[in-house]
Unconditional design. Structure first.
Length: 275
């Protein structure tokens, strides 16, 4: 597409044969070497063409750019699909209890917002057992999403990427997993980021809820009637900052606040560590 023999040795700027808008629109950089070989590249559309005297020209047409869309919440509350999946999930048993036991987690009560699905499909195509947790709005209690963890009986996550997933198109901001039911929360509450961390904290303090991630923990709202808050803080910078911010807000409102501290990343890592 380029008349290579028309150009002398050196660097040139010429109109692109793919996206050129006229003779003055010189977005293509072209270089001719001493032996006659050449290479060109358009700085706008990424068209490329190379030339060798012994074999002629080879070119690559530009492809459409990949535009990444930002996921947005399309459901204000839990969708019909989510409600059906939650209904299809059963009380913890079998592989679910074996998984939690191997991770040294305390078993939550049967009326907590975590269940078990024996054969749940992962987006990768894998089908296997999974924990299914209901995410509810921390203030209103309205179901807003589900948290799924594909598991193995030996205490490890299933060999899928990623092993944990939220429902697409659902919000998790302002959500929490009530591992102990609302009725169990009287004057005190324990919180942690992940499910396993919260169920590790539960050996020392109940009831506990899981905030899902550091972002939710950081803005965990002051709830009326609670006089004592226990925070199972992760030991990474993001987790520690979120726990501290939450503790500061609650303490400023005359609530007793306690935070865990451990060498490992979280409480569950501590429980799993060799004695």
């Amino acid at each position: 597409m380029i008349a290579w023999n028309d150009y002398a040795i050196g660097n040139h700027r010429i109109p692109c044969p793919a996206c050129g808008r006229g003779p003055c629109d010189k977005t293509l950089g072209l270089t001719i070497e001493a032996g006659g070989a050449g290479v060109s590249h358009c700085f706008r559309c990424s068209f490329t063409e190379s030339y060798r005297p012994e074999r002629g020209a080879r070119f690559t047409m530009p492809t459409k750019p990949i535009i990444k869309t930002v996921a947005t919440s399309t459901h204000d509350t839990l969708s019909d699909y989510g409600r059906d999946l939650w209904s299809a999930s059963k009380p913890l048993s079998g592989v679910a209890l074996a998984y939690l036991n191997e991770r040294h987690c305390r078993f939550p009560p049967a009326d907590g917002d975590i269940r078990y699905h024996a054969s749940l499909k992962h987006p990768s195509g894998y089908v296997g057992p999974a924990l299914v947790a209901l995410i509810t709005d921390v203030v209103t209690g309205e179901p807003i999403s589900l948290h799924r963890t594909w598991i193995r009986a030996d205490g490890r996550k299933a060999d899928v990427d990623p092993p944990r997933l939220l429902l697409g198109g659902h919000r998790k901001q302002g959500g929490v997993i009530r591992l102990w039911p609302e009725e169990a929360v009287t004057v005190g509450l324990g919180i942690a980021e992940g499910i396993e961390t919260a169920l590790s904290l539960a050996w020392a303090y109940v009831p506990v809820w899981a905030c899902i991630d550091a972002g939710n923990m950081k803005v965990f709202p002051r709830l009326p009637g609670i006089e004592s808050l226990v925070i199972g803080a992760d030991n990474d910078s993001t987790g520690a900052d979120a726990a501290y911010a939450c503790a500061q807000r609650w303490a400023a409102d005359d609530v007793e606040v306690y935070m865990t501290r451990q060498e490992q990343n979280d409480l569950n890592d501590t429980l799993k560590a060799p004695a």
